[in-house]
Ligand binder design. Structure first.
Ligand SMILES: Nc1nc2c(ncn2[C@@H]2O[C@H](COP(=O)(O)OP(=O)(O)OP(=O)(O)O)[C@@H](O)[C@H]2O)c(=O)[nH]1
Ligand SMILES: [Mg+2]
Length: 1110
C-alpha cells in the first residue's frame, strides 16, 4: 500500500474516538475471510476483482489449500464517512472448533464483533459459541447475514420466501442472545439484591422486601437484539461483493418516493406494505396478503438483477438496469463469459459491501474510549479475587482504563493475548524494499570500484584481459549486496506479540514491566520502592520481569509496518518479547497493574500424540521446535511424559495436523514421526449389573459364582491385605503401625458431572483450606461464595438416601489433583476433621471442636495418587467415592514427632508431582518401589522408611484393592457432532456413524431448506479420520465438527469371561471379539509398557459371523 496512507493511519491512531477494534466471528465457512477480503479491497490493498477469491488474510499455505482459517490475523484499515475518518483494526478469526482458542485471543483485544451467519445454514454450534464468547468478554456484536445469493441460486426461493427465511434466521440469532442476556440480567439482579440485603441488614430494623418482578421488565434490552431497523444488521453476499443495510435503501428510496428516510428506516423491515392508491405505508402486510416493503423495494430488485445477469443472461435488460441505477460497467465485464464477473462489477458499485459493513461498524460499535466499567473490573480481577480486595493503587488504575488517554503521564498498560511466529524475512527491517534510483547508482559505482580493484589484483598475478568491466558483473554484485541477511539469520523464527494498548503511549526502546499471569501487585507494592520504574535496578519480584520494547509494528495482514510509537486504544505487534512472554502477558509501566484475567478457552485439548524425530540425532532440534510451537500456539500443550516421550496435546485432528506441519516445516525443520493419537480414558466402578452379557437377568446362581470367584481371588492378595465379601479392604502398613479400611462406591452420574463442572470452585475451596491451615484467610468474592454454597446444596440434593447420609459434610478431599471428580469420604468413627466447606461455614465450625489428626495429609496424598492412575490401565479415576471406614494408628509419640515434619514434604512432593501431569505415574512408581523395597528387607521398623510414606503407599494400595473389589469399567471420552446433510446422503452419514460406534441423538429438518441436522455422539477413540471419511462418503456434502462433550461408561466389562451356556454360545470360547473395553484397556496397557494378559490363538477356529455388523 502507498506510503501516504500509512501516515494517515498513524495519524488516526492518535484519535481514540475514531478507532474501532473489531473482529469477525462465525461458524466455520460462513464467509468471514471472504468478507474481510471485501473490506481489505476497499483500501486498495488488494484489487476489487480479486476480493473474495484471494482470501488475503489466510496467509498460510495450508489455510489456502484447505480453505479454512487456522489463526486469527489483523489488519488496519481506513474508512471515511463524509467528514469523519476512522481507523479500523480488523481481526479475522477461524471458525473451526479446533481453533476456538484463536477466537478467544482475538475477542480479548476488541471492543466489537461482526458476527457472520450463513443465510442457508443459519445458526450453527460455533455461531452460538462465538456469541457466547462475545458476551463473556462484554463486547458488542453486529450481524451480517451472508451468502444471500445462495437463497437465489441454490435454494431458488422467491423474494417472499427469502424474506420469511431471513426473518427466521434473525429470530434464531436473537434467541441465542436472548438466553445469554436473560442469564446476565438475572445475575446482575442477584448481585444487586445481595447489596440491598447487606445495606438493609446493617441497621437491623426494617423488613426485607423483595420485588421479584423487578429486573427483566425494567431493563431496556432493545439495543441488544439484532434488528435491521436498529441498523445493526447487514444482508450480504461477500462473494459477489454486495451488501446493504436498511439505511442504504432508505436513502435510495426517500427521494424517489418522497417519504422521509427515518420513516423508511423504521418500516422497510417488518410487517409494512405500500398502499399504492393512498400512497401510504401501512401496517399489516401479512394479514392483508400484501408484499412487505422489504420484498417489494429491496429483494425484488436484487432477484431481478440476478435473474437478468446470471439466470437468463439478458444483455438488454442488464443494460437497462445498469442505466437505471446510474452505474458504469466496463465493456469487458459486459462481455465476460462468466456472469459472476458482470454481477460483481454491477453490485460492487451499486451496493458495496464494504461501505455497508464499515459504516455499520463505525456507527454501532464502540470506540476504545467507551470501554465500560464492568468490563474493566472483569479484566482486572483475576479468578476468584474481588475487585475491591485489590490494593488501593491497583484500584485507582480502573480510572486509567476508563480514560484510555495517550497523555504522557498516563501509565502504559498493554495486554498480549498471543505470540505468533513470523519469518525473519517478513520483518520490515529485513524486507527488501525497491531501491531508489540514487541508491542504484551508488551501489553500481561501489561495485565497479570493487570489481576494478579485483581485476587489478588478478592482473598483477596473471595476464588478464578485461576491457569493459562495468556491465553485467557489476549488476550481479549489486544484487548480492541487497540480499543481506545471513543464512542463520534467515532461519530464525521471530515472535511477535499480538497486543493492544489500553492506556498510555508505548514507544520503541521504552522500559516496561512484564507481568506474568500469577503476578500479585500487592506483593510488589510492598517490596518495590514507591514510584519506581522499570528502568531502575530493582529487587526481584516473582512473576515480574523488566524488558525493553524493541520493535513496534502495525499489523497489516501479511505484512508488518514498523512504528515508533503506538497510542492508547490500538492493536499492535511487539517484537523481541519471546524471552519474556510464553503465551500471554500484561505489560505495564506501573507495578500496581494487575495481570489481566486469563483468556477463557472453549476448546479442551484432548488429542495427544507422542512425537519423535526420524533421526535420533535430531532430538535437540525437535525439543527446540516443540518449545517454539508451544509458544506460538495459544492452545497446544507440549510435555514430556514419564516414559520420556515428547507429547503434543492439541484440540482436535485438524489442529494436530497443523501443529505437525508447523513443526516439520517451521520450528524444527526435521522429519518427525508422530504416534497414533493417545486416547484418554477414565476408570470407574459401577453397581453390580443386573443383566449379563446376553441380556439375561442375573440369577442367584451367577451371583454365587461371582462370590465364589471373589473367594478364589482372596488368595491372590498379598499379605496384610484383607478383602471381605462386601468390598471392604483392610490394609496394614509394613511396620504394622497403621491399618486403614476402605470401601469403593460408585458415585451417581449426576454427582460426577457436577464435580467435573465445578473443579474451579473446588480448587478455590482447597486453596482456602490451605490458607486456613497456615493461619491466613483468602478473600473470596461474594459471588464465588454463593456459587460454592449453591454447589454444596446441589451436591446434598443429589446424594440422597441412607447410604449417603450426611455424606456431603463428611467429604475429606477431592481427587485427583485435589479438584477431580472423585471423593474421599470420612467414615471413621469418632474422627472429626475441619470440613472442606470451611469457607462457607466459618461460624459453625468454630462452635464445634474439630481437630486434624496427624498424618491426615498422608491419607489425602494416598487418595490423590490412587485416583490419578487406576489399576486397570493407569488412567485417572472418575466418579468413585472412597469411604475410609476405619483408620487406626498405634505408634510411639516419638515417631510422630520425627515423621510429621517429613510428612509435609513428602505430601508436598506428591502434590507437585500431581500438578505436573507428566510426572504423575512416576511418583506412584517410586512409591510402589519403596513399598516393595521395604517389604523385602525384613521387619525392623526403621527399614520401612518414613512412616508417612508408608501410610501414603498403604492408602493408595488400599484404594486400588477397594476399586478392584467392585465391578470395574472403562470410561471413554465422547465427542458430540452436528452434521448437516441433504436427504440423499443421509443414509451414508448414518453408515459412517454406526461403523464408528456413534449414537444418533436426534435428527431434524432445518426449516426452509432440504437439509437435515443430525446430532450424534461418538467416542473419541473412534473419531480419527471420521471427518475425512464423512466428507468422502458424502462427496463433501457433510462435514462434521467434533466437540468434546463428556465421559461415558463403556458398558462391557473388560474382565468378563463367559460363564453361562448362553454366553458361550453367543461369544465363543475366547469371547474377546466383542469386548471393546478389553481392547481399549489392552491398547493402553501396551502403550504404557504394562503387562498385558493375552491369549495366543492355539487352534484357529473357523471364523463366525457375529450378529453385530462390523
Ligand atoms: N455462495 C456464496 N459463497 C460464499 C460467500 N461468501 C463466502 N463464500 C464461500 O464460502 C466458503 C468459505 O468462505 P471463507 O471466507 O473461507 O469462510 P470462513 O468463515 O473464513 O471460514 P473459516 O475461516 O475456515 O471459518 C468459500 O468457498 C467461499 O467462496 C457468499 O456470499 N456466497
Ligand atoms: Mg476464514
Amino acid at each position: 500500500m502507498g506510503h501516504t496512507s500509512l501516515e494517515k493511519l498513524i495519524r488516526l491512531q492518535r484519535k481514540t474516538s475514531s478507532i474501532r477494534n473489531i473482529c469477525i466471528l462465525a461458524h466455520v465457512d460462513h464467509g468471514k475471510t471472504t468478507l474481510a477480503d471485501c473490506l481489505v479491497a476497499s483500501n486498495g490493498i488488494i484489487s476489487t476483482r480479486l476480493a473474495g477469491k484471494l482470501r488475503y488474510l489466510d496467509s498460510r499455505e495450508d489455510e489456502q489449500i484447505r480453505g479454512i482459517t487456522m489463526k486469527s490475523s489483523a489488519i488496519s484499515l481506513h474508512y471515511a464517512a463524509g467528514e469523519s475518518e476512522y481507523l479500523i483494526n480488523l481481526i479475522d478469526s477461524p471458525g473451526h472448533v479446533d481453533f476456538s482458542s484463536e477466537v478467544s485471543t482475538a475477542v480479548r483485544l476488541c471492543d466489537g464483533a461482526i458476527v457472520v451467519v450463513d443465510a442457508v445454514e443459519g445458526v450453527c454450534p460455533q455461531t452460538q459459541a462465538v456469541l457466547r464468547q462475545a458476551w463473556l468478554e462484554n463486547i458488542r456484536p453486529v450481524l451480517v447475514i451472508n451468502k444471500i445469493d445462495r437463497l437465489i441460486i441454490e435454494l431458488k426461493l422467491s423474494p417472499q420466501e427469502a424474506y420469511t427465511h431471513l426473518q427466521k434466521i434473525l429470530e434464531q440469532v436473537n434467541a441465542v442472545t436472548g438466553t445469554l442476556f436473560t442469564s446476565k440480567v438475572l445475575e446482575e439482579r442477584a448481585v444487586k439484591e445481595v447489596e440491598v440485603q447487606e445495606a438493609l441488614s446493617e441497621p437491623s430494623s426494617g423488613e426485607l422486601v423483595y420485588d421479584w418482578s423487578a429486573g427483566l421488565e425494567e431493563t431496556d434490552d432493545s439495543h441488544l437484539y439484532f434488528s435491521p431497523d436498529q441498523g445493526n444488521v447487514v444482508f450480504a453476499s461477500a462473494i459477489d461483493s454486495w451488501g446493504f443495510s436498511i439505511h442504504q435503501f432508505a436513502q435510495i428510496y426517500c427521494q424517489k418516493m418522497g417519504v422521509r428516510s427515518e420513516v423508511l428506516q423504521k418500516t422497510l423491515w417488518g410487517d409494512f406494505y405500500l398502499n399504492a392508491k393512498a400512497k401510504k405505508i401501512m401496517k399489516g402486510a401479512q394479514s392483508k396478503g400484501k408484499k412487505p416493503l422489504f420484498v417489494q423495494l429491496v429483494l425484488d430488485n436484487i432477484w431481478s438483477l440476478y435473474d437478468a445477469v446470471v439466470t437468463r443472461r439478458d444483455k438488454e435488460k442488464v443494460e437497462k438496469i445498469v442505466a437505471s441505477l446510474g452505474l458504469t460497467v466496463m465493456a469487458r465485464d459486459l462481455r465476460h463469459s462468466d456472469p459472476k464477473v458482470l454481477l460483481s462489477a454491477i453490485c460492487s458499485q451499486w451496493l458495496p459491501v464494504s461501505q455497508a459493513v464499515l459504516s455499520m461498524v463505525c456507527e454501532k460499535l464502540p470506540s476504545p474510549s467507551e470501554i465500560g466499567a464492568e468490563r474493566v473490573e472483569r479484566l482486572m480481577s483475576v479468578g476468584t479475587r474481588r475487585f475491591d480486595s485489590l490494593p488501593e493503587k491497583t484500584q485507582e488504575l480502573k480510572q486509567v482504563f476508563l480514560d484510555c488517554t495517550s497523555e504522557e503521564t498516563a501509565p502504559v498498560i498493554v495486554f498480549v493475548s498471543k505470540m505468533f511466529a513470523v519469518d525473519s524475512k517478513a520483518l520490515p527491517q529485513n524486507r527488501q524494499r525497491p531501491l531508489t534510483q540514487e541508491e542504484i547508482t551508488q551501489r553500481r559505482d561501489l561495485a565497479r570500484q570493487r570489481h576494478a580493484e579485483k581485476q587489478a589484483a588478478s592482473q598483477s598475478a596473471e595476464n588478464p584481459e578485461s576491457a569493459n568491466a562495468g556491465g553485467t558483473p557489476a549488476v550481479t554484485s549489486a544484487n548480492t549486496l541487497t540480499v543481506k541477511p545471513t543464512a542463520e539469520e534467515e532461519e530464525k523464527e521471530h515472535f511477535i506479540a499480538f497486543a493492544r494498548v489500553y492506556s498510555g503511549v508505548v514507544r520503541r526502546g521504552q522500559r516496561v514491566f512484564v507481568l506474568g499471569p500469577k503476578y500479585d501487585p500487592a506483593l510488589s507494592l510492598r517490596t518495590l520502592p514507591d514510584g519506581c520504574s522499570a528502568a531502575d535496578p530493582l529487587p526481584s519480584v516473582p512473576h515480574l520481569a523488566c524488558c525493553t520494547l524493541e520493535h513496534l509494528y502495525m499489523l497489516m495482514g501479511r505484512e508488518l509496518e514498523e512504528l515508533e510509537e503506538v497510542p492508547a486504544g490500538n492493536v499492535l505487534g511487539i517484537g523481541g518479547m519471546e524471552e519474556f512472554i510464553l503465551k500471554s502477558a500484561t505489560i505495564s509501566t506501573s507495578p500496581a497493574c494487575p495481570p489481566f484475567t486469563p483468556l477463557n478457552f472453549e476448546a479442551t485439548p484432548i488429542v495427544r500424540v507422542a512425537i519423535e524425530p526420524k533421526h535420533p540425532s535430531e532430538m535437540p532440534k525437535l525439543v527446540r521446535g516443540m518449545r517454539l510451537l508451544n509458544q506460538a500456539d495459544p492452545c497446544a500443550e507440549v510435555l514430556i511424559q514419564e516414559t520420556g516421550e515428547h507429547v503434543l496435546v492439541t484440540a482436535g485432528e485438524v489442529h494436530l495436523q497443523r501443529c505437525l506441519d508447523d513443526l516439520r516445516e517451521r520450528f524444527a525443520k526435521i522429519g518427525i514421526s508422530a504416534s497414533k493419537p493417545i486416547i484418554p480414558f477414565r476408570e470407574t466402578v459401577i453397581r453390580p449389573p443386573k443383566v449379563d452379557m446376553v441380556n439375561e437377568e442375573m440369577g442367584r446362581q451367577q451371583k454365587v459364582a461371582v462370590i465364589h470367584q471373589a473367594k478364589d481371588e482372596q488368595s491372590k492378595y498379598p499379605e496384610g491385605v484383607h478383602v471381605d465379601s462386601t468390598g471392604l479392604v483392610t490394609l496394614t502398613t509394613p511396620n504394622k503401625m497403621a491399618t486403614v479400611g476402605i470401601r469403593a462406591v460408585p458415585l451417581p452420574e449426576e454427582v460426577t458431572r457436577l464435580l467435573e463442572g465445578n473443579s474451579e470452585l473446588i480448587r478455590t475451596m482447597e486453596q482456602f483450606s490451605l490458607f486456613a491451615r497456615e493461619g491466613k484467610t483468602l478473600e473470596i468474592s461474594q459471588k464465588t461464595l454463593e456459587e460454592i454454597q449453591g454447589f454444596k446444596s446441589k451436591l446434598e440434593g443429589l446424594l440422597q438416601g441412607h447410604k449417603w447420609r450426611n455424606a456431603v459434610e463428611r467429604i475429606w478431599a477431592f481427587g485427583p489433583r485435589r479438584c477431580g471428580p472423585n471423593i474421599l469420604l470420612n467414615s471413621v468413627e469418632g474422627y472429626r476433621r475441619p470440613s472442606v466447606w470451611q469457607c462457607v461455614e466459618r461460624e459453625k465450625e468454630k462452635s464445634e471442636a474439630v481437630m486434624l489428626r496427624d498424618f491426615d495429609n498422608s491419607i489425602v496424598s494416598g487418595f490423590q495418587l490412587a485416583t490419578l492412575s487406576g489399576p486397570m490401565c493407569e488412567e485417572p479415576l472418575m466418579g468413585v467415592c472412597f469411604s475410609v471406614e476405619s483408620w487406626e494408628i498405634k505408634f510411639s509419640s516419638q515417631l510422630t514427632q520425627q515423621d510429621s515434619v517429613e510428612e509435609d514434604s513428602v505430601s508436598q512432593q506428591a502434590l507437585e508431582a500431581d500438578n505436573n501431569a507428566s510426572g504423575r505415574t512416576a511418583q506412584s512408581i517410586i512409591l510402589d518401589e519403596n513399598l516393595k523395597k521395604s517389604k523385602r528387607k525384613g521387619d525392623t521398623t526403621d527399614c520401612y522408611g518414613p512412616f508417612s510414606g508408608q501410610l501414603i503407599a498403604a492408602m493408595k494400595e488400599a484404594c486400588r484393592y477397594a476399586f478392584q473389589a467392585k465391578p470395574q469399567r472403562l470410561m471413554a471420552a465422547m465427542y458430540t457432532c452436528e452434521i448437516m446433510a441433504t436427504a440423499d446422503v443421509l443414509g451414508r452419514v448414518y453408515g459412517v456413524l454406526s461403523k464408528r460406534e456413534g449414537r444418533v441423538l436426534n435428527e431434524e429438518m432445518k426449516e426452509g431448506t432440504d437439509m437435515f441436522i443430525i446430532r450424534a455422539v461418538l467416542p473419541v477413540a473412534e473419531s480419527f479420520g471420521f471427518a475425512d471419511e464423512m466428507r468422502k462418503r458424502t462427496s463433501g456434502l457433510a462435514s462434521p465438527q467434533l466437540v468434546f462433550s463428556h465421559w461415558e461408561v463403556i458398558s462391557s466389562d473388560p474382565f468378563w469371561v463367559p460363564t453361562t451356556e448362553e454366553e458361550y454360545l453367543h461369544f465363543g470360547e475366547k469371547a474377546d471379539s466383542a469386548n471393546q473395553a478389553l481392547k481399549y484397556m489392552n491398547a493402553v496397557r501396551k502403550r504404557k509398557g504394562l503387562y498385558v494378559e493375552e491369549k495366543i490363538v492355539e487352534h484357529a477356529e473357523k471364523q463366525r459371523t457375529l450378529s453385530k455388523n462390523k
